[in-house]
Design a protein around this ligand. Structure first.
Ligand code: ADP
Length: 778
């Protein structure tokens, strides 16, 4: 160790600690300092740089200065700056310890002791480890320190070999307190110095990390509030541009809701809920998704017809007049409806069963319901249940789902505009069931007069009283869940005969359509024969919907002709009908033009009314098996098997050789194979087809039949008789064989059915065969 003493001019530094081997420009303004610099230049360019304990002191004395500083070289001479300051570039050389300050009025000097021995072992493992750690930490610090992006500095650090120099260089770059830097400068012991630096860097890193975290949170907060503000402004601009809500600031929306809450006769529960939701809404950012959910909720809640009841009076005479005005015939149906209304008038409360109008399409179920609404002076709403599979369609989704809405019942109540409308549940039999729940059970609750006072929609979350609603349902078939059916008072509507259709057309549809098309009475007419032709060749239906469409088509064409040829009168006759309606759509008459073996005309009852159902069978060499095709339902398949077994067991009775059964298979087909068919009532037709086939005797083409067959050959009653007989009439059938058990129903059949059809009643299959096959009776 060698200690050198030297006297040097002192340059006090205000906020800076200079380390050995650091080169740096200095800007010097104080006169005494400039003197020191000049002195240094004259004295081998050497000067002593020492930091002030307090940087604010202008004329520091010895007590104001630290004791350890740096002996430095002045590498570039004075450069005078305009404000009398000077610039010099200096380079630190050695640490120096002040032994004594020598202060005069114009210059500060000091005796310095230079200790060029640093207590360290450059190669020691500890020093090397510390060195590496410091370099790593320094890199981390550099990455984090956004202000200090000097790449050359980082690279130069990597090339410093000497640990002491490394420590000094790094410290001079660190953004730490002057006192910390000074403490490093004063630490002569290398290992201790390195440890101190490492601690300093680590501390700096954790400060920077914390700073970054804070910066990010603050930045994102600022950004999101800026974004919301920006979007809000954009929204307002767009709304203004579109001329939408001019005063759509939140204040107005709130007061509108408040006004609505005060004005609407909400239930206590609904009022409390509305107030709570509005309070929540006020606290929210108006464009946030939650706020949208709440505002649309409040909209739904407040738009419902709370407390609005129409003054409904039932005048039976007026009701009868309205029903008669809009509906021809169907006297029984109208009577039943009037009875229902009479009871309602008495009890004044809807407690009994729900009216359900059942019948094929186009027979006037919906229009009857509308007339009932008119007769009882209620608003009318129609909700179609066709294709409703999901319970939540009836009862709504919870409002937590984005885009959720109340269920159909509440939606329609809003449309109804009063709490006591006539609510038509259309096509109640078309409701499905699937995984998402059974809508029928939800509907049951709606219809239950005990419970519907407290109906709660999942979306609305508050009770809405449905007990004053008059529910009426319609269905094409009675294929309803038992519990639902149990609640209904069923009124059956059947298809119309041709005569009835013609009457409805003449008395109701044509005048109505003429008015709708703006046609004068004298401008357009249709003859009765043309009407029959229209019904037979252009429609095939139980109701009158297609007929109405065809008539409307005729009138549209007429309006066009009249508008081009003023004063023209149009009369639709049998001969010119096809000029307007085009080629006929259906054939009228028998399904078959000759008597065939194995081909039988059955009668079926479907949801769209009665229809003719052909049954064909052929014999194929085989082992006595039976096949059937034509999309047949389970019941129909069983009915075919039973019929086959019965005929086979009685083959001798029907004059059929048993070998024919043994050596042949039978294939039974019911054409129009794409249409599903089911039910037991084709039994007699299947038996007839098999007997005809096996005995090779043709079936009379003028005969149609319907009836279920037992294994012992008895013929059992069937349903939908009127529809089936109407279908037979439409198909120009002369004789219809029906079960004897249905004889009682004949009283209710229209007169013209009885007159036009030869109805034969059969108790057993052999009675059927006798009539059906061509020459067995002779
Ligand atoms: P549905 O609901 O049974 O399918 P709609 O009520 O829609 O039938 O009736 C179809 C059309 O037939 C309506 O224009 C209706 O006014 C008319 N209509 C049906 N039956 C009659 C009738 N008996 N008298 C007068 N118009 C009828």
């Amino acid at each position: 160790m060698s200690i050198k003493s030297i006297k040097l001019p002192v340059l006090p530094l205000r906020d800076l600690v200079i380390f050995p081997s650091i080169m740096m420009p200095l800007f010097i303004g104080r006169e005494k300092s400039i003197n020191a610099l000049e002195h240094g230049i004259n004295n081998k360019n050497e000067i002593f740089l020492v930091t002030q304990c307090d940087g604010s002191i202008d004329n520091p004395e010895s007590k104001d200065l630290y004791n350890v500083g740096v002996v430095a070289n002045i590498t570039q001479s004075l450069i005078k700056l305009p404000d009398n300051a000077v610039k010099a570039i200096i380079r630190g050389v050695n640490r120096g310890k002040v032994v004594e300050y020598i202060n005069s009025s114009c210059l500060l000097q000091a005796n310095i002791e230079i200790n060029d021995y640093e207590e360290y072992d450059e190669d020691s493992v500890e020093v090397e480890a510390l060195k590496r750690s410091i370099i790593d930490a320094f890199h981390d610090w550099h990455k984090l320190n956004k202000k200090n992006q000097s790449e050359p500095l980082v690279n130069s650090i990597d090339h410093i070999q000497e640990a002491g120099q490394l420590a000094d260089t790094i410290t001079s770059y660190l953004n730490v307190k002057i006192s910390d830097k000074q403490s490093i400068l004063e630490t002569y012991n290398l290992k201790q110095r390195l440890e101190k630096i490492l601690t300093l860097i680590e501390r700096e890193i954790s400060i920077l990390n914390a700073q970054n975290r804070l910066y990010k949170t603050v930045k994102s907060q600022v950004e999101s509030s800026q974004r919301v503000y920006y979007l809000n402004e954009q929204l307002k601009a767009i709304q203004k541009e579109l001329g939408e809500v001019e005063n759509s600031d939140e204040g107005n929306t709130f007061s509108e809701f408040e006004k609505k809450i005060n004005e609407t006769q909400l239930s206590q529960e609904a009022r409390e809920k509305a107030i709570t939701e509005l309070k929540r809404y006020k606290k929210m950012n108006p464009v946030s998704p939650e706020a949208t959910v709440i505002s649309s909720y409040l909209y739904w809640l407040l738009e419902l017809p709370w407390g609005k009841y129409k003054d409904t009076k039932i005048h039976l005479n007026t009701a009868k007049k309205i029903l008669d005005q809009n509906h021809y015939g169907i006297e029984k149906v109208k009577d039943r409806i009037l009875e229902f209304l009479a009871v309602l008038k008495r009890v004044k409360e809807i407690r009994g069963p729900i009216l359900c109008l059942v019948g094929p399409p186009g027979v006037g179920k919906t229009s009857l319901a509308k007339s009932i609404a008119k007769a009882v002076d209620r608003d009318f709403v129609r909700m179609s249940l066709g294709g409703v599979h999901d319970e939540s369609e009836i009862r709504g989704h919870r409002k937590t789902y984005i885009g959720s809405m109340p269920g159909k019942i509440i939606q329609h109540m809003k449309k109804a505009n009063s709490c006591n409308p006539l609510f038509l549940l259309d096509e109640i039999d078309k409701m499905g069931t699937d995984l998402r729940g059974d809508p029928a059970s939800a509907l049951l609750e709606v219809l239950d007069t005990e419970h519907n006072k407290h109906f709660t929609d999942n979306y609305l979350e508050v009770e809405f009283d449905l007990s004053s609603v008059m529910f009426v349902a319609t269905a094409n078939s009675l294929n309803l869940p038992y519990a639902l059916r149990d609640r209904m008072e069923i009124i059956q509507l059947s298809g119309y005969t041709e005569e009835e259709k013609v009457s409805i057309a003449t008395h109701y549809l044509i005048p109505k359509l003429k008015q709708e098309h703006g046609l004068q009475n004298k401008e357009w007419n249709i003859t009765t024969d043309a009407l029959y032709k229209l019904i037979r060749l252009y429609t095939r239906e139980s109701g009158i919907r297609s007929m109405e469409k065809e008539l409307a088509k005729l009138m549209r064409k007429a309006v066009k002709e009249i508008s081009t040829e003023k004063g023209k009168k149009i009369s639709i006759e049998v001969d010119n009908l096809s000029n307007y309606l085009g080629v006929r759509k259906y054939t009228f008459g028998m399904a078959e033009s000759e008597n065939l073996v194995g081909v039988v005309t059955g009668l079926a009852y479907t949801e769209s009314g009665g229809d003719i159902l052909m049954i064909e069978s052929v014999l194929i060499p085989g082992k006595g098996e039976i096949q059937y095709t034509g999309k047949l339902g389970e019941v129909m398949q069983e009915s075919i098997k039973a019929s086959y077994s019965y005929i086979r067991s009685k083959c001798l009775f029907f004059n059929i050789k048993p070998e024919i059964f043994q050596n042949n298979d039978i294939h039974i087909h019911v054409p129009e194979g794409a249409i599903p068919k089911d039910g037991p009532s084709a039994g007699v037709a299947v038996c007839t087809s098999i007997v005809s086939l096996m005995s090779n005797i043709p079936v009379n083409r003028n005969v149609a039949m319907t009836g279920e067959v037992t294994l012992r050959g008895r013929v059992l009653a069937i349903g939908g008789l009127r529809e089936k007989l109407l279908a037979a009439l439409r198909g120009s059938i002369e004789t219809v064989i029906i079960p004897s058990e249905n004889e009682k129903d004949m009283q209710e059949m229209p007169k013209n059915i009885k007159e036009k059809l030869n109805v034969v009643f059969a108790k057993s299959v052999d009675e059927v065969i006798k009539v059906a096959l061509v020459n067995t009776s002779t």
